[in-house]
Ligand binder design. Structure first.
Ligand SMILES: [Zn+2]
Ligand SMILES: [Zn+2]
Ligand SMILES: [Zn+2]
Length: 723
């Protein structure tokens, strides 16, 4: 199938998934790499499903009456072993791994309780301690990123807070009161007018009542400023203290983690109560302080301004805060705007030390930085709690519930009634069997592809004949390989021998054991792989070619090299129905030093043909069957290569006619390239059959009956296998 994938341009388009668009074709090695990657992903998913089923089985053993801890421990241990075996290729998901460890720890606890011999207890205890250590390590590695982020946020928070306190010490207490006194002596009316204008503008654009709207003079302004700034400071202190009390500042307790996981506002579990987590509970504090620090407008106001209907769901919606870089002057709250006004006026009149002016601005900058740090810390704490909750949830096993207990739909999946246990057992038995079979198959696929990959590397680097894989059973070189579903392969002679021995036992479904891994395989699942090299003289060349674009293209390339070696003046026409295919052939020609011209469309065809006829160094003309127009006379060429079977005899006759016509003095050779054991063989048979019927010859119409198509696909399943 791998080889077929490379031979068919339509299929090769699918490989773009693995490569950026625009790179036309892949070599066999690249296709193989992509397949190995995909097989590894498949195996990982398969292992996960096996893990789910085995964990479920073990969990059920523990809640049965009476519990069967022996069975549970065995099931968990088997899964651990399995994941270790596969571990070199794919890893078990960390959360699933943690679940196994926790289950094992619980299972061992049961066993210790039921144990009588002191030696056994000691043994079980030491195993349990070891597992507890593993579980701790797993948790640490799972949470490592969250912890690092949180520590980072905490540090930035503390630094920002210290910077604010430091900046606060630089400015004189209540400096705005002094400034107002000085300014009222010189510019009282002007300043008051400016403040009131701004206040009115705010009210008219947003509909929010301005804090200064009732001020009669600068004294009133001073009172408002003092009150609001004091309020802001107390809100700030409250917020900072709260941040230090929220879970996450210190290591969260089990209750806090549970509370966070069950939050009705920020977690997405169904059917939980209406209890909110500590963070959601205190979100109001953050918002309030945000409003005191920045200019805010309610969403509904913005909506109204745009002239649309007011969305009722937004009436109590979040405040729309203008953060930095957004909305320019709106960044400043009303209070800050007035403070800025005062600073500017002071500066103009040179009333105060410019250092005071600078430190006031600096102070506000630090407040903004501190607020961002608070935000970051808030998010990091919440995220860390989420990670811990996730880890905790992963440890949850099956448990029993009373019929009277009220549980959510989700909980019903792991909180079982006692009478549900047997049904659940058989459900997971089936699931385990299916997923286990799938896992074996996926392992085999990956193993086989990897061995192919190893082979391929060896072959292309040494440029010699294939190293000759040896059969591990008879130590002879393998000519015909038989591949088991587990991915192990042997020479066909040995496998035939094994099969005939099993047949003599007279089983209904003939099966054999893989001699390496002892996995049972049905005889029908064993596939034969033929190495098609070493058949003819040009085929020998194939091992010397560079760039592996699939067997057929290799064969074509080798064939042309062979023809040119025999007769350096020979010229070849290469026909295909697909320009994409021709491009791949051209690529292979290029890397192997065959000079050629490629014609993919009508424009440029005459120049290309002229070049092909004129220059003796050009060996091949690659031309699409659909383009090759009637008028062309190409008697210079004596060889024609048809890249794939052509169903329309008239079209093929036309192609051959380019060369074999009046004026052609030399014999003409036509080569058809078919991949044996694929659909191409049957297409060719159909074409030959059609050619013999007179009518299609005359009309040249591509009429294919349903029967024809049926015939093509009839044997696809059996004969395409592994060729
Ligand atoms: Zn919440
Ligand atoms: Zn053998
Ligand atoms: Zn095997």
């Amino acid at each position: 199938n791998l080889r077929q994938a490379c031979c068919h341009p339509q299929i090769s388009a699918g490989w773009r998934l693995f490569k950026p668009y625009g790179e036309e074709s892949l070599t066999m090695t690249e296709v193989l790499d992509a397949l190995v990657k995909k097989a590894a992903l498949d195996l990982e998913e398969s292992l996960r499903l096996v893990g789910v089923a085995m964990n479920a089985k073990a969990g059920l053993f523990l809640i049965e009456t009476p519990p069967r801890p022996d069975m549970a421990v065995e099931s968990y241990e088997r899964l651990l072993d399995l994941s270790k075996q596969i571990g070199s290729v794919v890893r078990l998901d960390t959360l699933q791994y943690a679940h196994i460890l926790q289950g094992l720890i619980d299972g061992l606890f049961f066993k210790i309780q039921g144990s009588i011999s002191a030696a056994e207890v000691a043994h079980l205890r030491s195993r349990r301690d070891q597992l507890l250590g593993d579980l701790r390590t797993a948790k640490e590695s799972y949470c490592a990123e969250g912890v690092a982020k949180l520590e980072d946020a905490k540090e930035r928070f503390s630094t920002a807070e210290a910077a604010v306190n430091e900046a606060q010490n630089l400015i004189p207490q209540r400096w705005w009161a002094d400034a107002l006194h000085r300014l009222s002596a010189v510019k009282s009316a002007q300043l008051m007018k400016k403040i009131m204008d701004d206040s009115k503008e705010l009210e008219s654009t947003t509909g929010i009542k301005s804090v200064f709207s009732d001020c009669a003079d600068l004294h009133d302004v001073e009172v408002i400023l003092t009150t609001k700034i004091g309020l802001r400071q107390s809100r700030r202190l409250e917020l900072l203290a709260t941040m230090r009390s929220l879970p996450g500042w210190n290591e969260p307790t089990a209750e806090e983690i549970q509370k966070s996981g069950a939050c009705s506002k920020c977690r997405f579990r169904t059917n939980v109560g209406n209890q909110e987590c500590d963070h959601c509970n205190n979100e109001g504090l953050v918002l309030e302080y945000e409003q005191a620090l920045f200019a805010v407008r309610q969403r509904q106001q913005l909506k109204r301004k745009r002239g649309g209907e007011i969305d009722p769901t937004l009436q109590n919606g979040r405040w729309n805060v203008h953060m930095e870089g957004q909305g320019g002057v709106n960044l400043f709250s009303e209070i800050d705007k007035v403070l800025k006004l005062l600073l500017q006026a002071e500066k103009r009149h040179q009333f105060t030390n410019p250092q005071v002016l600078n430190s006031a601005t600096y102070f506000r900058d630090k407040l903004v930085e501190e607020f961002h740090a608070v935000h970051e810390l808030y998010a990091a704490q919440k995220q860390y709690l989420g990670t811990l909750d996730e880890f905790q949830m992963a440890l949850t096993r099956f448990s029993l519930r009373d019929a009277t207990e009220i549980v959510s739909e989700t909980e019903k999946n792991y909180r079982l009634l006692a009478e549900e246990v047997p049904a659940s057992h058989s459900h997971w038995d089936t699931s385990l069997r299916i997923s286990m079979e799938d896992l074996q198959r996926k392992r085999g696929q990956l193993r086989y592809l990897q061995s192919l990959q190893g082979n391929h590397c060896a072959r292309s680097s040494s440029c010699n004949a294939p190293s000759g894989e040896r059969c591990v059973l008879c130590f002879h070189d393998i000519t015909l390989t038989a591949v088991f579903p587990c991915g192990h392969f042997f020479c066909s002679e040995c496998v035939v021998h094994m099969c005939s021995r099993s047949a003599s036992k007279g089983n209904a479904i003939q099966t054999v054991l893989c001699p390496v891994c002892r996995n049972r395989a049905a005889v029908s699942e064993i596939t034969g792989v033929v190495d098609v090299d070493n058949r003819s003289e040009p085929a020998l060349l194939k091992n010397k070619l560079s760039g592996d674009y699939g067997s057929k293209i290799q064969a074509i390339t080798a064939h042309i090299i062979h023809l040119r070696e025999k007769d350096p003046s020979s010229k070849v026409l290469v026909f295909s129905q697909w320009t994409e295919m021709l491009r791949i052939v051209a690529k292979s020609f290029s890397v192997n030093g065959i000079s050629h011209v490629l014609v993919t469309g009508k424009p440029g065809i005459h120049d290309a043909v002229a070049q092909f006829r004129r220059e003796p160094s050009i060996a091949a003309l690659l031309i699409s069957l659909r383009v090759g127009s009637n008028g062309l006379n190409l008697t210079e060429a004596t060889h024609i290569i048809l890249v794939e079977p052509i169903l329309n005899p008239a079209l093929e006759a036309q192609a051959v006619g380019r060369v074999n016509r009046l004026g052609q003095s030399r014999p003409t050779f036509v080569y058809r390239f078919l991949v044996s054991g694929t659909i191409e063989e049957r297409l060719h048979a159909l074409a030959e059959q059609r050619e013999s019927t007179e009518s299609s010859r005359k009309t040249g119409i591509e009429k294919i009956t349903v029967n024809d198509i049926g015939g093509i696909f009839n044997e696809t399943g059996s004969s395409c296998n592994g060729s």
